[in-house]
Design a protein around this ligand. Structure first.
Ligand code: PMV
Length: 357
């Protein structure tokens, strides 16, 4: 019969890089110039939920994001769809009378509906959660047998940072050496229970879309910033090892120092780019005040209490060493970001991997 429909729903949290990915050595395959490390957030508040469906009645692949249809014709969506379809296996459901042979998946079209419960493209890595969730859900729908590492290499081709969102806890994206990208995958460094004292507070201060997309920004940095090349060769490799050790030992002072320094260097690379990129533009004054406040606080306590990191947007991500510090931090943040319709202060814990709903 032509009436059946097969549906899978998955949920994927976003991730926040503490050692940043900035710069591609291959733009098509999305291969980075350095390794990066991130923290996956808990999926309760900051995640993408994606439902994928297949039915013989679907005439073409279609996708809706937050209820609005979007084009799937972009190369990145196409790469993900092609890579997943090529790994599909047989799917049978006797009750519903469904039987799709692996070689026949090409003949079926999918419908995809994706929801973010946070602002899209405002530097909150919405593409990370979105593409990871899409790949994960499609892989389940099409009975793809690959492990999460191999799926991460597919998600990577949708959006670089997406590869890190398939796992929970602390995740490293290994840049790899291979020209095919097969070894440019995400690996889990520690799961979500390893260091669950940490509290992550995100100040969403503007839901405006960022002015320079990360793709354009990275390209311009790779082409014009000498600091980017120095960073990738001389700085990040050592920092990755130190960060891994800090995470392993739950060493907050080292973790905070590395996180803040790396965020500042990422923004220095942006400033070193021609023309310069200012990701903290709208609210830069307040961002600098926050950075100063946290630097001073950390110095006055004698040991770091809070780490800060800023991505390609104006929102501040603060990581408190425990719940008591998080409460104090929230009080201080309210001073910089008094209640306003555009401002949201939310706290999160370290989250789990992609899940089927
Ligand atoms: O994956 P993209 O293209 O959204 O790039 C993400 C870049 C940063 O968020 C700034 C850093 C990172 O490692 O996530």
């Amino acid at each position: 019969s032509q009436n059946w429909i097969l549906i899978v729903t998955a949920q994927t949290p976003t991730n926040i890089a503490v050692i940043k990915y900035w710069g591609k050595r291959d733009e098509t395959l999305i291969l980075p110039v350095n390794d990066s490390i991130s923290v996956t957030l808990d999926p309760n508040h900051l995640c993408t939920t994606t439902t994928v469906a297949v039915s013989p009645s679907f005439e073409k692949d279609r996708m809706w994001l937050n209820g609005k249809e979007i084009s799937l014709s972009g190369d990145r969506f196409q790469s993900c769809l092609r890579e997943i379809r090529s790994r599909a296996s047989d799917v049978e459901d006797e009750e519903k009378g469904i039987c799709i042979r692996k070689q026949d998946w090409d003949k079926f079209h999918v419908h995809i509906a994706s929801y973010n419960n946070f602002p899209t493209a405002a530097g909150l890595a919405s593409s990370a959660a979105g593409l990871a969730c899409l790949v994960f859900a499609l892989a389940k729908l099409m009975n793809v047998k690959e492990d999460l590492g191999q799926l991460s290499a597919i998600a990577r081709q949708g959006s670089g940072s997406a590869c890190r969102s398939l796992y929970g806890g602390f995740v490293k994206w290994v840049m790899g050496n291979d020209a095919s990208g097969s070894d440019s995958i995400a690996v889990q460094l520690a799961n979500e229970t390893h260091w669950d004292d940490l509290v992550i507070i995100i100040a969403v201060v503007s839901s405006r879309q960022k002015e320079t997309s990360s793709t354009t920004g990275m390209r311009e940095s790779v082409e014009t910033s000498p600091l980017l090349h120095h960073r990738a060769k001389e700085v990040v490799p050592k920092r990755i090892l130190q960060m891994q050790e800090a995470i392993q030992n739950r060493d907050f002072p080292s973790f905070a120092r590395l996180t803040c320094t790396d965020s500042n260097q990422f923004h220095a690379v942006c400033l070193d780019t021609r023309p310069p990129i200012f990701y903290m533009n709208d609210t830069s004054h307040r961002q600098v005040l926050i950075i100063n406040c946290i630097e001073k606080w950390n110095r006055s306590e004698g040991t770091p209490q809070v780490a800060y990191t800023f991505d390609a947007g104006p929102n501040a991500v603060l990581i408190a060493r425990n719940r008591n510090v998080a409460t104090l931090l929230l009080q201080r943040l309210l001073f910089y970001f008094p209640p306003h319709p555009d401002t949201e202060l939310n706290s999160y814990v370290i989250g789990d991997k992609s899940i089927l709903q």
